[in-house]
Design a protein around this ligand. Structure first.
Ligand SMILES: Cc1cc2nc3c(=O)[nH]c(=O)nc-3n(C[C@H](O)[C@H](O)[C@H](O)COP(=O)(O)OP(=O)(O)OC[C@H]3O[C@@H](n4cnc5c(N)ncnc54)[C@H](O)[C@@H]3O)c2cc1C
Length: 468
């Protein structure tokens, strides 16, 4: 059985290369004249009540919410490079309320907790939107739905079983006209879009207005015990703090025992040049909604404020040895495949050029959602493993870390994600062949009418998911 989208190219490689020729090898979102100048490094020794390590969404929300909860607490945030340079400045900007990485994964791992998880997801999404408005953050927030499309007959059947109404024919064409779209469902509840980097920059500015001290280009090199807390060493000074929040995504954790619970997986994105009204009319995409397809290897696409199309996903690449390197942000093979898939989806756009091409690291964990916790008598909290769905969920991770640090027993700290770590992913030499085998099993599942083979079924029994 073959799939609509495949790994082999259906367009001439010369055409694809020429469309990609002028694409800048950097995130469109970060390539912006409004990018703030870097803040000063930490120089010399310092003290704080709370040190937050990591200046992506998880760290920024933690710092901001810590000051909201206790304004007098001295909060210092250390970012190894620049605010939002990593996943938080490179993602698709799909804001989804779900804390379970979708309903199916929720059923698999957290069936008994679904009502409380759904309520917390709703609260978190509302708090996310409310904070952006209250702090006047220009994150280009748009509360708009996402259209999930079926491109294979078996996906249509699954949609008809699960959802009502299922859009087909002319109703579907109002949201997107593609020879590959067979049916679709529109998710409007708990769904929005942001400019990812502007969200990170806006959160940093809001946190500073509340008194958070931010140091960029200040990697935390190690964390050791110190009188009444922890000492964090940086290249030019040591900071002592009563409490530490680790918001370092899939980068090696300062708590070494957590390192096997995430693996860095690279996801890739293309941005087209701005499209004309006539081009968008021709593909039936005149609304502001986003689109995703329903394979296990799936694409996500959305529009920018100036009517470009961001088109990403499908490939998810692991580099041997949990390697994280800037060079891995570029992958010509994947960019050509994505261009090919965009043109297959919307043939009238064939040949449209791309302005940006980039990749970024996702912190995959085996439950496909983040785990949260604390150690050292609740002096050190952590939250990681968002697996490609962290724009909204990182705010929830921040609240949970603060609950732990504040000594509070809440609905959040009582969840499985806060009490039990996921199944770890073994170190090399096992990790690489294991992940490649799982990826092939995922591709086979897509090619086999969505049916999981024995390997994925076995993994499911152990509570291990594999998806992008
Ligand atoms: C290409 C791509 C597309 C995505 N699309 C979506 C999407 O559409 N919707 C969605 O919900 N999610 C999406 N995601 C996932 C989402 O971007 C992440 O889940 C989220 O940004 C994670 O935020 P974070 O703060 O945990 O991590 P990051 O943004 O990675 O921030 C972690 C920070 O910690 C810093 N750091 C690490 N170690 C140290 C140290 N020792 N000292 C100091 N600093 C340190 C790093 O420099 C980094 O800045 C996507 C991710 C990628 C890569």
């Amino acid at each position: 059985m073959t799939t609509t989208y495949g790994h082999e190219l259906r367009h001439d490689a010369g055409l694809l290369r020429s469309a990609l020729r002028d694409a800048r090898p950097t995130s469109f979102w970060l390539d912006d004249p409004d990018r703030p100048a870097p803040r000063a490094r930490l120089e010399g020794d310092a003290h704080a009540d709370l040190v937050v390590v990591g200046g992506g969404y998880a760290g920024l929300w933690t710092a901001l919410l810590a000051k909201e909860r206790t304004p007098a607490r001295r909060v210092v945030l250390l970012e190894g490079r620049r605010i939002g340079w990593a996943a938080s400045g490179r993602n698709g900007g799909f804001v989804e309320a779900s804390l379970t990485h979708g309903p199916e994964n929720g059923e698999l791992h957290f069936r008994d907790e679904l009502p409380v998880l759904d309520a917390l997801a709703e609260q978190n999404f509302a708090g996310f939107v409310e904070a952006i408005e209250r702090y006047g953050i220009d994150a280009e927030l748009e509360i708009e739905p996402t259209l999930t499309v079926a491109t294979e007959p078996y996906q249509v059947d699954a949609m008809r079983e699960d959802a009502d109404p299922v859009l087909e024919g002319e109703e579907l064409a109002r949201y997107g006209r593609s020879p590959l779209f067979r049916a679709g469902i529109l998710s409007a509840h708990g769904n929005a879009f942001v400019h990812p980097a502007k969200l990170a920059w806006g959160l940093a500015a809001a946190a500073e207005r509340l008194g958070v001290e931010i140091h960029e280009n200040t990697p935390a090199l190690s964390m050791t015990r110190a009188t009444a807390g922890r000492a964090i060493t940086t290249p030019n000074g040591t900071i002592r703090a009563a409490q530490v929040a680790l918001a370092t995504n899939g980068f090696p954790s300062l708590l070494k025992r957590l390192r096997l619970f995430t693996v860095p997986i690279y996801d890739y994105v293309l941005m087209t040049e701005p499209l004309t009204a006539a081009q968008l009319e021709a593909i039936g995409w005149t609304g502001r909604h986003g689109i995703t397809d329903s394979g296990r290897e799936f694409h996500y696409y959305r529009k920018t404020r100036d009517d470009r199309i961001l088109f990403g996903g499908y490939d998810a690449v692991y580099h041997r040895g949990r390697r994280i390197r800037d060079a891995q942000d570029q992958r010509d093979e994947t960019f050509e495949r994505l261009a090919d898939h965009l043109y297959q989806t919307f043939p009238s756009l064939t040949g449209v050029g791309f302005s940006h091409k980039w990749g970024g690291m996702i912190d995959m964990s085996t439950r496909l959602v983040a785990f949260h916790g604390a150690t050292a008598d609740r002096r050190v909290a952590y939250s990681a493993g968002f697996t490609g769905l962290g724009v909204a969920a990182t705010r929830f991770g921040a609240q949970t870390m603060l609950d732990f640090l504040d000594g509070a027993d809440t609905d959040r700290t009582r969840l499985t994600v806060s009490r039990r770590l996921p199944v770890p992913i073994p170190p090399e030499p096992i990790a690489y062949p294991l992940i490649q085998t799982m990826r092939r099993a995922v591709a086979r599942s897509d090619a086999n009418g969505g049916k999981d083979g024995p390997l994925l079924r076995l993994a499911g029994l152990f509570g291990v998911g594999f998806d992008s």
